[in-house]
Write a protein that binds this ligand. Structure first.
Ligand SMILES: Cc1cn([C@H]2C[C@H](O)[C@@H](COP(=O)(O)OP(=O)(O)O[C@H]3O[C@H](C)C(=O)[C@H](O)[C@H]3O)O2)c(=O)[nH]c1=O
Length: 186
């Protein structure tokens, strides 16, 4: 049996990746990442960097982040503790779903991860306190290539599930998209 079940959330876009723990009387063993298994799910390139973010308070929003080309990356995001509402926004200027978002509940309990191919911004809202998120990246962190969209931008209309309790100054102060926003993403 495959260690993952993959569901496409958007044609050629983000996928939900459900992990299947292998249990025994001692507990369970769960595969978190495997490039061979995830190639068919849209993983491309090496696994260059893994990150852990810890978020203490429910209602916190981080996002909407991405790295600009040529450092655009495939990202696998999973939860080792707690629950988040995970969001991927299409930032491909020529896409028919440009600026459309897909989202899903990602938690330690539901063994679900979000796989985002290049061309998508990522963000989430914590639905519980004490959230540990684990990221696998196909590209290294390049600070000069870091960019983001304002998670409160009306053009994105992301339906955050609950009142936002904490948003970093950097995320809050990102400019709202203007009428030539499609050019912004080139
Ligand atoms: C992304 C990244 C950051 N950092 C450093 C830079 C800052 O000094 C510190 C915190 O970074 P940042 O405020 O960007 O962390 P988040 O706001 O949680 O951003 C992350 O969460 C959103 C939702 C994501 O999808 C991204 O993977 C990532 O941008 O870690 C690194 O050293 N390596 C990295 O790969």
């Amino acid at each position: 049996m495959s260690r993952f079940t993959v569901t496409e959330l958007m044609p050629g876009g983000p996928r939900l990746v459900v992990r299947h723990p292998v249990g025994d009387p001692r507990g369970a063993f769960t595969r978190l990442f495997c490039d061979d298994d995830l190639l068919a799910a849209g993983w491309s390139g090496p696994m260059r960097q893994a990150n852990h973010s810890r978020t203490e308070q429910a209602g916190t929003v981080r996002g909407m982040h991405f790295q600009r080309a040529p450092h655009a990356e495939t990202k696998l995001v999973l939860c080792l503790n707690g629950t988040v509402w995970d969001v991927a926004t299409d930032i491909r200027p020529d896409s028919p779903t440009f600026l459309t978002s897909v989202s899903a509940e990602v938690s330690a309990d539901n063994n679900t991860a979000m796989l985002l191919p290049p061309g998508f911004a990522h963000g989430f809202q914590t639905l519980t306190d004490s959230v540990d998120l684990l990221y696998f990246h196909s590209a290294s962190h390049v600070p000069e290539a870091e960019d983001g969209l304002n998670p409160l931008d009306r053009r994105l209309a992301i339906p955050w599930p609950r009142e936002i309790t904490i948003l970093s100054e950097r995320d809050r102060s990102r400019p709202m998209l203007t009428d030539d926003f499609r050019d912004v993403m080139l």
